[in-house]
Design a protein around this ligand. Sequence first.
Ligand code: SF4
Length: 296
Amino acid sequence: MHLNLFVSQSCFVHCKGCYSFSREEKKGKTVSTEKIISFLQFVYNTGCRKVTLCGGDPLTRKDIVDLLEKIKSIGFKISLDTVGSPIIKNIVSDKGILIEKIDAKKIAILVDVIGIPIDGSTNDIFRRFRQTNTDIVNEQLAICEELHKFGANICINTVAHKGNLEDAFNLAKLIKKLDYIHKWQIFQYEPLGKYGLRNRELFEITDKQFLNFQSTVLKVFNNDISKLQFKSSHNRKNAYMLIDNSGNAWIPALENMSLSEYSYILNDNVIIGNITNQDDWCKICSYLDRDFYQKT
Ligand code: SF4
């Protein structure tokens, strides 16, 4: 099971179908860098060598570069999921905080795989899911180019949903042109998180529709799957553990969680432990992948 660590609550866009659980946590929750690092040092010693930082958007965290440096110095292979906006400009986050342009070279060096979202070949289609007033397609392409300049490993992340099904062909053509990317991951939309559930009828697609999206992409890529990864809802079941901004560790899975009106109910039966409590670390780590013998 893969470790996903939330390191912020804010973001640069307002996704109508936001699948992040950070949006329903009590505002202002965060685990200090010191506590995260103590926990991760323990995790690393148990043999888990990979971590994904997510949020919100990790680049909205004030000390993100310091946090990345410390995680890297432990030895982790780091994936970072971000909209990426501060790679190219100063930007104000949804919490009204100014985030200054970040050193793209530093991010490219510290992060092993940087996930950048592109969900549509036009601004109109893109904005059906990720709401923003900016020229979002060109911005995302500029972010990729900037990261590429410094040799970053870029993974494009696309959510396949009701609003972009008909765009599969044009989107695949657009991504195919980015021949320097490391990977293109396509996720079947899942009604996770407060907004993901509330707006599920706008976005949810059937397994068959996801397969159609997949076969259109494959056609454009001439069945070369070397850079493609299709992640259906089924594939992702019990595949990852979340550590939220309150430090709670849990596994999003319908079979062991009940749904409230808009989201999963997170209670003591679901929470495996809290990373701010050292007594919980062994139990939390018992769920994680060990990759002692893999090169990091
Ligand atoms: S889905 Fe991701 S990018 Fe969109 S608002 Fe939520 S955290 Fe931000």
